[in-house]
Design a protein around this ligand. Structure first.
Ligand code: HEC
Ligand code: HEC
Ligand code: HEC
Length: 300
């Protein structure tokens, strides 16, 4: 082969290798960034937040400041599309001032409140070009979103979800005061007991398990209002679920109990009441407990 061709091949090889290398570097960086975000999702919240929420503060200060900041921020686009550029700019100034203020509330998060994209938004607002403003606006929106993605649910679970562990109930069968978790354990024992005894052909035992289940189900129902005020509950313990429980009672009282009928009813109660209620309430409850255990270990 002639020299120029060899040279060309060498240059191409370097180029291709270089491209492959830089794209694999970009991939690595992306993976690293996402890994950091995932770690942040599980990391405990900064302790300085405690001062911005009850019981330390009288109100959820941080939440209120976020909501306040959103008004001028959204006001920018409202006015922009109403061709009211002057008020859009006014809203921007209000937003920026609040943004800077809010960024100081939680020192550990200060670096998340990037300033460049905000200043860029202020610059393009001077031109009034809607497309350019929207592009810059989206960049600021991503700052909000990136932090919300990692921290919003954590804050909700820690500061806005009440604690199931503080709920105390009188167990109708033993008359002892039990916490919610023990009530659940009793409840599941009766619940599965119905099916177990039915399969074993022990009708009276199954009926007794059912009576226990029914009483404890009612005790559980009474706990809803600890968090949900007094209005009637829909879904997991409402009339339609109570109707399934009553049907179960009838099925067990038939002269010849049909295990299939009992099983079908158990499955429906399990799905409509237990499972769906767990789907809503367990993420907050479990994360709350685990996080507190972690915080306790780190405090000591
Ligand atoms: C460094 C983190 C962080 C940044 C940056 C941030 N937020 Fe938030 N924001 C939060 C957290 C945490 C909550 C949840 C507060 C709560 O529920 O008590 C929240 C809640 C909110 C809420 C209330 C939503 C609701 O549940 O009703 C609004 C509105 C809001 N943020 C707007 C914004 C806007 C607009 C921006 C950007 C300009 C922004 N936030 C930037 C952390 C952040
Ligand atoms: C420890 C507090 C707590 C207890 C006890 C509790 N919940 Fe909830 N539940 C919440 C919170 C917080 C939410 C989400 C915000 C809201 O709806 O208040 C929620 C949401 C719900 C929702 C979805 C929103 C709605 O209101 O339709 C349903 C349904 C629900 N709960 C049913 C129940 C039932 C049924 C019980 C009793 C068996 C119960 N909850 C007991 C805290 C609780
Ligand atoms: C409020 C809606 C709600 C309903 C309805 C509900 N549960 Fe639960 N359940 C919970 C919550 C919250 C926990 C977590 C309690 C805790 O760990 O403090 C839980 C936990 C449990 C546990 C785990 C206990 C442990 O020690 O880890 C079992 C088992 C259980 N429930 C069974 C049932 C059965 C069976 C039913 C239906 C007959 C049912 N639950 C209906 C909310 C509900």
């Amino acid at each position: 082969m002639k020299k120029p061709i060899l040279l060309l091949i060498a240059i191409l090889a370097v180029l291709i290798f270089g491209l492959a290398y830089s794209s694999s570097q970009a991939q690595k960086r992306e993976r690293h960034q996402q890994e950091e975000a995932l770690n942040a999702l599980y990391a405990p919240l900064p302790s300085s937040l405690d001062a911005l929420y009850p019981p330390q503060a009288e109100q959820p200060i941080f939440l209120f400041r976020m909501m306040e900041m959103a008004t001028p921020y959204v006001g920018i686009v409202v006015d922009l599309f109403e061709n009211d550029l002057q008020n859009a700019k006014n809203n921007f100034e209000r937003f920026k001032a609040q943004y800077v203020d809010v960024s100081k509330l939680v020192p550990e998060w200060k670096k998340s409140y990037l300033l460049d994209p905000v200043e860029e938004l202020g610059e393009v607002l001077k031109t009034g070009d809607q497309d350019e403003v929207m592009a810059a606006y989206e960049k600021v929106g991503n700052i909000c979103h990136d932090c919300h993605l990692v921290n919003m649910v954590k804050v909700q679970q820690k500061f806005h979800w009440q604690d199931f562990r503080t709920i105390k109930v009188k167990d109708p069968l033993t008359d002892e005061q039990v916490d919610f978790r023990l009530l659940m354990q009793y409840l599941v024992t009766n619940f599965i007991g119905i099916s177990v005894d039915t399969i074993e052909g022990q009708k009276e035992n199954a009926q007794q398990q059912f009576q226990g289940f029914k009483a404890r189900f009612q005790a559980m129902k009474d706990t809803c209002e600890e968090c949900h005020a007094t209005e009637e509950r829909k879904y997991y313990v409402d009339e339609s679920v109570q109707a399934l429980v009553d049907e179960m009672g009838k099925a067990l009282n038939k002269p010849s109990v049909d295990p299939k009928e009992v099983e079908t009813l158990a499955q429906r109660i399990g799905m409509e009441s237990c499972f769906k209620c767990h789907l809503v309430h367990l993420p907050a409850a479990m994360v709350k407990y685990q996080r507190e255990k972690w915080e306790n270990i780190n405090r000591n």
